[in-house]
Write a protein that binds this ligand. Sequence first.
Ligand code: SF4
Length: 392
Amino acid sequence: MQPDQNEPAGIYFHIPFCVKKCPYCDFYSTTDLALKEAFLKALMREMRMLCDFSFLFDTIYIGGGTPSVLTAEDIDKIIETTRQFFKISADVEITVEVNPGAVDQERFAGYKSAGVNRINIGAQSFQGINLEFLGRIHSEKDIIPAVKWARKAGFDNMGLDLIYGIPGQTRKSWLFDLQKAVDLKPEHLSCYMLTYESGTPMDKDRQEARFCPLPDNLVSDMFVSTIEFLSANNYVQYEISNFALVKSNKRADKRADKRDNMSKHNRKYWLSAPYIGLGPSAHSFVEPVRYWNTRNVIKYIKDVNEGRLPIEGKEVLSREQQMIEAISLGLRMTDGIKTDVFDKKFDVSFKKIFAETIAYLEEDGLIRLTENRCSLTRKGMLFADSITSMLI
Ligand code: SF4
C-alpha cells in the first residue's frame, strides 16, 4: 500500500528544552538550555536533509518540551527554513505550544509576526494546589495574562490544555477549572486524564504510596462531567480528550465551526495521515512506515552535524498492524471509523469481520454502528482501551 502523495501532510518539531522537568511527564526534554543554539543549527540541517519529501504540508506544529523558551527570532527562523525546504500550503496551520510560565507579551507578538496562527497554552489547572502537585513552573495567576497577551497579539485560534484526575481533586474543583477555562473562550480545549507513565518520578511516588491516586469511578465521573459541561458551553467533543468551540446554533454553521476549531495537526495522528517529525524523539509516519529520532539531544546534534539522519528506530507496519491502528485511532474520534473507507483500504468487510463483537458491544450500549460509521458511545469511551482490544 503506497502513501497517497496528494494527501496533505504535517510537520512536527520537537523542541527538547524545559525550564524544569514535571514529575508526571515522559516526553523527552532536557533542562540544559545551553544546548539551544547547537540544537537549532542541527534542526535547520535536519530540514535540509529531509527536503526531498514531495508532500504538500498544511500543518506545522512546534511542540516539546517547552517551545516558548525559544525567542520570536528562533521561531521565525524555523518557519522561514521550513518554507525554504518544504512545499507549504497557503492555508497552513502553524501552532506553537506555550507554557504560561515561560512567555511574555512581546514573545506572543513576535510569534504572530513570524507567521504562527495557532497558540496552545498548557494551563493544566487554575488552582495552585494542583499546579504544585504537577510540579509546574507557572502559577494560576500566569494563565489569564498569557491568554490576554495572545489575544492582543491577534491570535484568534487558541487552545488550552487541562489535566484532571489529580490526587485531592474533586468533581467540584474540576468543574471550577472547566468554568475558568470556558470563561476565557478558547477555540479549543484538551482535557487530559492524569496518567502515571512508567519510569516517571510521579509513578515511583505512587508505587511507594507517597500519595493516593483518585479512585477510578471518580475519574470516570470527571470524564463524563467534562463532556456534559463542555457541551452545555458550546464545545463539541471530536476526540476522547479534545473539544472544539462552536459559536453558532445553526446545524451547518456548527459543523463548520467545529471543523475550523479542531486541531488540524493532531487529527493527522488519529487519521493515519502522513507526518514527519524533526528534533530529538520526534516520530514520523508515512504509511506503512513509522520511524523515530534519538531521544538524546547531544546525540541528535552529533548525528546531524556528521551528516547522518538522527533516526533511532523504524518499523514497517504489516497490513494487520495497519488495520489495528485504523481501529484504535478511529475509535478515539467521535466520528469513529469510516467503515466504507476501511473496507476499501483493506479489501475486507468491517461489519462482517466484527459482527459478533459489535452486536455484543451494541447491546451493552458501548458502541454505535450506522451505515458507514462505527463509533464509541459516551459510555464506551470510558472503556476505549478494552473495547479496542476486543476488536483487534
Ligand atoms: S513543561 Fe511540558 S514537556 Fe516540559 S516536563 Fe513539563 S509537561 Fe513535560
